[in-house]
Design a protein around this ligand. Structure first.
Ligand SMILES: Nc1ncnc2c1ncn2[C@@H]1O[C@H](COP(=O)(O)OP(=O)(O)OP(=O)(O)O)[C@@H](O)[C@H]1O
Ligand SMILES: O=P(O)(O)OC[C@H]1O[C@H](OP(=O)(O)OP(=O)(O)O)[C@H](O)[C@@H]1O
Length: 210
């Protein structure tokens, strides 16, 4: 009997490359997801279209057998999913950034009690803790670059891809924390239960160049 897979597919920035890669691996992903939540393809594969940060939850609880998600999301989650491969696309860097005018990137002393705005609370906390820098983290959900411009924070920790958003707001990278790309993740129990179907998909995904 063939095991049909349910795959968690990220919407947003990762969707075009994730869809292209899945199609090259033989999964019939629609071009336009629009407001669709899920589709089942002709070969019986079910696709769930999710906010990227929700992918690990759907995979851990087994609502999806496997999925695609940015490494940056995995840094921030305690969800029990197994990362099987680096898919290579969705490259971006998690960085500490600040206002050019503050010259932190040129070694200007940081305020004693730094305020740092970010969506990446765990990564930021570990980064500053390793450097013994006391910080007050301000968790935000988006438009993080605004925080230093209006005095909410001294620094931000955020993703940078092209660098356009930083440049347009006269912000600069102070330090790089890590690099992120999209990963193929699985539910560890489902991996054993649907080993043949998941490894076949993994091999097809991994054989397509990024
Ligand atoms: N320039 C970029 N900026 C942000 N994320 C990027 C970029 N390039 C690639 N990515 C990847 O895309 C993912 C974010 O996608 P997107 O911006 O669509 O979601 P989001 O709205 O920030 O997330 P969510 O809705 O889950 O909070 C990141 O997790 C990262 O892996
Ligand atoms: O270096 P760039 O190519 O300019 O990309 C970086 C921007 O993209 C992301 O924002 P996103 O579009 O996910 O919006 P949000 O974080 O404000 O939700 C990230 O948080 C930066 O703002």
């Amino acid at each position: 009997m063939i095991d049909h897979l349910t795959i968690a597919v990220p919407k947003g920035a990762l969707f075009p490359d994730a869809a292209m890669r899945l199609r090259a691996a033989g999964v019939d992903v629609p071009d336009d997801v629009g407001r669709k939540l899920t589709v089942t393809t002709a070969d019986g594969t079910t696709l769930l279209f999710l906010r990227p940060t929700d992918v690990p939850a759907y995979v851990e609880f087994g609502s999806a057998d496997c999925g695609i998600v940015g490494k940056d999301v995995l840094w921030e989650t305690d969800r029990n999913v197994a990362e099987l491969t680096d898919l290579g696309f969705g490259y971006c860097r998690l960085v500490v950034a600040g206002r050019r005018i503050d010259r932190y990137h040129e070694g200007a002393p940081l305020p004693t009690f730094l305020r740092v705005a970010t969506k990446f609370v765990n990564s930021a906390e570990s980064f500053f803790a390793e450097r013994d820098l006391p910080v007050e983290l301000i968790p935000l959900h988006g438009s993080v670059e605004l925080a230093p411009l209006v005095g909410l924070a001294d620094l931000i920790v955020d993703l940078v891809a092209t660098g356009t958003t930083l440049r347009e707001h006269d912000l600069v990278v102070v330090e790089e924390i890590a690099e992120s790309t999209a990963r193929f993740v699985v539910n560890p129990v489902r991996f054993r239960a649907k080993y043949a179907a998941i490894t076949a998909l993994l091999e097809r995904l991994a054989s397509v160049p990024a």
